[in-house]
Design a binder for this molecule. Sequence first.
Ligand code: NAG
Ligand code: NAG
Ligand code: NAG
Ligand code: NAG
Length: 335
Amino acid sequence: MVPIFLVFFFCFPFNAGARCFRSFKTLQLPAVGSESYAFDSHNVGPYTGLNDGRIVKYQGPETGFVEFATTSANRSKEFCDGTDGTDPIVTLICGRAIGMEFNHKTGELYLVDANYGLMVVGSRGGLATQLAGGGDAERFDQVDSLAIDPTTGAVYIGDIGTIFQKTKNMTEILLSGDTSGRLLKYDPKTKGLTVLLRGLAMANGVAVSEDGSFVLVSEYITCRITRYWLKGPKANTSEIFVELPGNPDNIQRTESGDFWVVVNIQKLYPKLTCFAFGQRISANGRILETLNFFAEYNTTYITEVHEHLGSLYLASVDTNFVGVYRGSRCSGNLF
Ligand SMILES: *[C@@H]1O[C@H](CO)[C@@H](O)[C@H](O)[C@H]1NC(C)=O
Ligand SMILES: *[C@@H]1O[C@H](CO)[C@@H](O)[C@H](O)[C@H]1NC(C)=O
Ligand SMILES: *[C@@H]1O[C@H](CO)[C@@H](O)[C@H](O)[C@H]1NC(C)=O
Ligand SMILES: *[C@@H]1O[C@H](CO)[C@@H](O)[C@H](O)[C@H]1NC(C)=O
């Protein structure tokens, strides 16, 4: 089954939960490459990783983004600032943080770096410390996302697998049927790393439920989200959580315990074209709301929809800004 969606945006069938008013503003980043966002327990943020290896945090409209942390001991500002992240040697020297999330109980920022694996940095920033997986192909192939269990502090990690070692052409990846992705767990108490699920079709997003009973993992290639039960009668088993109309990327839990998943509906021919949506999904897998970001993003691929204090922060590795979307739901709106 190949996810080819030759759908015209304007006749796309879902419109549930359309918002009447929408506003969109942007926060200028110092460089391109923000894949995911984190906010600290004082609601400061977003924090995000850039192509050139910097992890920056937003300090309000007057100051903008300031440098917070780095992941490579060998990084120098002179050499690295402004590099585009395409040269693997430069990326090794400069670092490349992708997914990140705060443990709000300890104030630490956990993150995954493309080369150095799972890392952590304290609330004052600086050089992050490696916890697992860097350069050890037996443990991680290509880590992309993580999520922290709010009840235990355990860290769940999405490993895309080996597909990028074969091709970086996204059309070929979509057609590959690759299932080398895995879901892993890192326990900060024992420092142990365990594999929970194998055979995933590009595991590029992870989120844990509010009560810590399950973890969700995106399967980009097969257009779905898989649920792995951590507690209860189905503990240690997995099932399909929701099938999506396009390719998912990051998943974020909201304050109310729902999830926002970014869904990119992609048309493969004549060339790869992307239409980005956000879908809010309940803890039992029901799609509650669908938002379409064509007006703001045109055909740019979006990697995350992150709800924070009533705004949706939209991330894309192809833009040099953070998109901040607000909308108000129309009551009784049926279109
Ligand atoms: C970082 O620098 C050290 C010391 O100069 C060197 O041994 C190491 O190979 C460098 N690592 C990278 C990734 O460049
Ligand atoms: C990616 O692969 C597809 C299918 O093989 C090909 O048609 C396309 O030209 C490739 N794109 C790039 C940018 O190389
Ligand atoms: C799930 O796996 C864990 C770790 O292997 C084990 O301790 C636990 O008993 C298992 N639970 C069930 C319900 O199988
Ligand atoms: C959207 O992107 C396409 C492809 O890059 C471009 O041709 C088109 O002009 C853009 N449309 C708008 C409204 O920016």
